[in-house]
Structure formats: structure tokens, C-alpha cells
Ligand binder design. Sequence first.
Ligand SMILES: O=P(O)(O)OC[C@H]1O[C@H](OP(=O)(O)OP(=O)(O)O)[C@H](O)[C@@H]1O
Ligand SMILES: O=C(O)c1cc(=O)[nH]c(=O)[nH]1
Ligand SMILES: [Mg+2]
Length: 194
Amino acid sequence: MTDDDVLAEFRDAGALLEGHFILSSGLRSPIFLQKMFIFQDPVRTERLCKALAEKIEAAFGTVDYVVSPAVGGIVPGYETARHLKAKAIFVEREDGQFRLRRGFAIPKGARVVMVEDIVTTGLSSRECLASIAGEPGIMLGAACLVDRSAGRVDLGVPLVSLIRLDIPAYPADALPPELAAIPAVKPGSRGLAA
Ligand SMILES: O=P(O)(O)OC[C@H]1O[C@H](OP(=O)(O)OP(=O)(O)O)[C@H](O)[C@@H]1O
Ligand SMILES: O=C(O)c1cc(=O)[nH]c(=O)[nH]1
Ligand SMILES: [Mg+2]
């Protein structure tokens, strides 16, 4: 899939939103990729995650377990794992911290990739990786559909992305005037009461 193909999927799904968004990191941005508009369409999701699985396999070889951070990572984690013929499990927040719950565990020696939907600052990805660092699997690296940092984030492991974009994000106290003029909305799940 070319970058244009990936962008066309987001555009055609109505997932490229413009406005004033509060991101998971607390940064503000005039652009939000509403990935759930992709994930509500299994056929579109399959096209993107199949392409991501091919990149993952090329970078890391065979994969036994895909681990994703809830909520956004669950659907792409599952669909990417399906193409990798791997298991798909996820971490979810408990008292604000990601944790494997529901009896999920990574067996000794299992080859593991962390799959995210969107990477902006990499905070959620790093939290996800830290939450499974004590598991006995072999952490191969991370992958995401969209890297909004244009490759600048450092997760401490290699990151494979389907597309790299360079999308502006600003601290709340350093907004450009055109953004400050629009009421802010926060679409993600970080900080929501359980
Ligand atoms: O790289 P970062 O700066 O961490 O931003 C990206 C994260 O933000 C979103 O999750 P969010 O916490 O908004 O919740 P969601 O997964 O429920 O959408 C997205 O799913 C990534 O996990
Ligand atoms: O950084 C985020 O929180 C974020 C950005 C984005 O474009 N889409 C999303 O779901 N989360
Ligand atoms: Mg998320």
C-alpha cells in the first residue's frame, strides 16, 4: 500500500477530522484521525492491517503474540494478528495504568509485537510496552497504522508504521490563535472514569 492509498482509506472513511482536539498526551491538534471510522468497516480495516502485517513480518519475522493498548489498539491488534497467524491480546487501564487482565499472559519464548493504532508522542505505546516488560516473551518491536510524529518518537524498540505523517501538535499554553478560537474536544479514552 502506498502512502496515498493509506490516506485515501482515512479520507474515504471520513476519519480525517479538522477542528481543535485534545490528544491523549494532552497536546492540542487541528487534525484528528478518528480511527474508529476505519475500524467500523471490517473490509477497510482488513486492507490496512493486512498491509501492516506484511511490514511487520518483513521487519521482525514470525510473530506469536500481538499485544495492543485498549481501546484503540484492540481492533487493529486483532486484525493484524489474524494476518500474522498470531494470538491477539490487549492491556487495559486499571487505576490509570495499563495491565494485562482477564487471564491474558505471554508464554515463555513467545515472539511478541506491540500493535497500536496511532502514535503521536509514543506515550501510550511506551506505557503498553512497560506494562508487559515483566512477561517472559521476546519483545521484537512495535507497529502502528499511523505515526503522526513522522518517525521522531523513540519507543526504545523498533517501530514499524504503515504511514508516517508530520501533524502539528501544541502544548495547551502555546496554541496558535486560529486553534485557540475553536472549542476543544477530547475524543480518546485516557482519563475517562472507569
Ligand atoms: O502516542 P500518544 O501520544 O500516546 O497518542 C496516541 C494514543 O492516543 C490514542 O489513545 P487514547 O488514549 O486517546 O485512547 P483510545 O485508545 O481509547 O482512543 C491512540 O489510540 C493511541 O493509543
Ligand atoms: O494523539 C492522540 O491521542 C490521537 C491522535 C489521533 O489522530 N487519533 C487518535 O485516535 N488519537
Ligand atoms: Mg489508544
